[in-house]
Ligand binder design. Structure first.
Ligand code: NAD
Length: 494
């Protein structure tokens, strides 16, 4: 076996061609490799090893060996390591911004949120070491004490997507580690560095003991499938598409690992008849186009009351056409490249089919390389291609409705239930509509892209199972143990 060409640098041009297993960097040797490419230039950034099932098995063996000792450390020790990771993310801000831009096309508005949000999030996760608490319950047996404890689950398998990769990997990895678990992380192929190997370097620099975090870059069908199926996984924390999530969930349940599934969305932005148009348009613009619309919680459909429809569409299309498209390293750019050819082609196909189905293209619709113009479609109905599919791009179909009941019906007419937003100058009315929308997260007089470390994040219907963040993720990444102590002799019936 050869030595991997890995250095300690955190930079886009550092060496990234190794797996991270049991505190060692493993060279690609004769493994297949994944060519990680810059979506702006399509130049190769790195060739990372594609982990085999045997590599994943080695990662689980290391994680299983390391977990007991890690769980026996004090909460202070665990919190200190996680806090140090947050400090390092701050220290390497410029390098990390570069990495996110070059590997995944993150424009400045995404870099701001992904970098800043991750620091806050990891600091919050450090506190989890102290927050997994149990209690004492009364007993019906005289002299008995009931003690309820929360313990780490053991090994957490994490499978993450490419769209906000550092944040979406670390939102599972940092809480799992703070709570005394060990982790096997499989990042998305496209973001093998910022969703995976970067985390390995950060936790290694922060002093995490060997084996507590293992990172196996690789493909979904091989490495990802093995992570979900491995008998030593206790929780499988998956973020990605509903299709892959369904397979992962089945595999996890098969060996009684708990599936924590954060999946797709088809999120409505509902503009009621009495909405403030300026606010609704401003919110709609951010919610549709942040990160080129490549967000599970971005606005997929704009549902607008018929009395405001024309004016909303006109103002919104004007705002969309003004957004600067281009290289994400330019701070003025809002719309960077789409992650790869197949995502771009799928999205352009949704646009073409929606126009063929009778919609009007108000602005955009064209692609140049991996860049897709911000696209606004009017005269759309809920069954058209860009509306009934999760388009995952800078595409905004606008659908009219005639009253609040119809708005709710349209909003709920999807298999997904992740996020929604409702605009009205009457907050009570907006709240009534919000209460009737089947979604895990609804925002009044805002847009759908909201995440806060201490509030629950997750969806209903085909958008997933379970909740991230705060006490909700503490519950998912720990298990409950009941210990009873009989303090005086007990009377038995025989
Ligand atoms: P994807 O499902 O293609 O891939 C996600 C991850 O799963 C990748 O690491 C991939 O390699 C892996 N994978 C693929 N097939 C697998 C299999 N059979 N077994 C195990 N692992 C497998 O999704 P994507 O294209 O990377 O991301 C976009 C999707 O993710 C969208 O649907 C989006 O809505 C969803 N998403 C959801 C959230 C959320 O929090 N709900 C956040 C971001 C993205």
């Amino acid at each position: 076996m050869s030595e991997p060409d890995i250095d300690q640098q955190i930079a886009i041009d550092a060496a990234w061609n190794g797996l991270y297993v049991d505190g060692e960097w493993v060279a690609p040797d004769d493994r297949d490799t994944i060519d990680v490419r810059n979506p702006t230039t399509r130049e190769s950034i790195a060739e990372v090893p594609a982990a085999s099932s045997e590599d994943v098995d080695r990662a689980f063996a290391a994680a299983t060996r390391a977990q007991g000792e890690w769980a026996d450390t004090t909460p202070d020790e665990r919190a200190a390591v996680v806090r140090e990771v947050a400090n390092l993310i701050d220290e390497y801000e410029a390098e990390i911004r570069d990495l996110l831009a070059v590997e995944t096309g993150a424009t400045k508005p995404r870099q701001d949120i992904e970098h800043g949000g991750t620091v806050t999030f990891v600091h919050d996760a450090a506190s989890f070491a102290f927050r997994a608490s149990g209690g004492h319950n009364q007993s019906k047996i005289p002299g008995k004490e009931n003690i309820i404890q929360r313990e780490p689950v053991g090994v957490v398998g994490v499978i993450s997507p490419w769209n906000v990769p550092m944040k979406l990997s670390i939102r599972a990895v940092a809480p799992a580690i703070a709570l005394g678990n060990s982790v096997v992380l499989k990042p998305a192929e496209e973001s093998s560095i910022s969703g995976g190997l970067l985390l390995a370097k950060l936790f290694e620099k922060a002093g995490l003991p060997d084996g507590v975090l293992n990172v196996v870059t690789g493909t979904g069908p091989e490495a990802g499938d093995r992570v979900a199926s491995h008998p030593d996984g206790d929780v499988i924390a998956f973020t990605g598409s509903t299709g892959a999530g369904r397979l992962v969930g089945h595999n996890a349940i098969d060996h009684f690992a708990f599936p924590a599934l954060e999946l797709g969305g088809n999120n409505p932005h509902v503009v009621l008849a009495d909405a403030d148009l300026d606010e609704a348009v401003a919110a709609g613009t951010f919610g549709s186009f942040w990160n080129q619309g490549q967000v599970c919680i971005s606005i997929n459909r704009h549902l607008v009351h018929e009395s405001l429809y024309d004016e909303y569409a006109e103002r919104f299309a004007e705002r969309a056409s003004e957004l600067k498209v281009g290289d994400p390293l330019d701070d003025e750019v809002v719309i960077g490249p789409i992650i790869n050819e197949s995502q771009r082609d799928e999205m352009l196909d949704y646009i073409d089919r929606t126009v063929e189905q009778g919609a009007t293209l108000e602005t955009g619709g064209e692609g140049d390389g991996l860049f897709v113009e911000p696209t606004v479609l009017t005269n759309v109905t809920n069954d058209m291609a860009a509306a009934c599919n999760e388009h995952f791009g800078p595409v905004a179909p606008i659908i009219p409705f005639s009253d609040d009941d119809e708005a709710v019906e349209l909003a709920n007419d999807t298999e997904y239930g992740l996020a929604a937003s409702v605009h009205s100058t009457d907050r009570g009315r907006a709240r009534d509509v919000a209460d009737r929308i089947d979604a895990g997260m609804v925002h009044v007089n805002d847009q759908t892209v909201n995440v806060e470390p201490h509030v629950p994040f997750g969806g209903v219907k085909d958008s997933g199972m379970g909740r991230y963040n705060g006490k909700w993720i503490i519950d998912e990444f720990t298990q409950t143990k009941w210990t009873s102590i009989q303090r005086e002799p007990r009377e038995y019936p025989f």
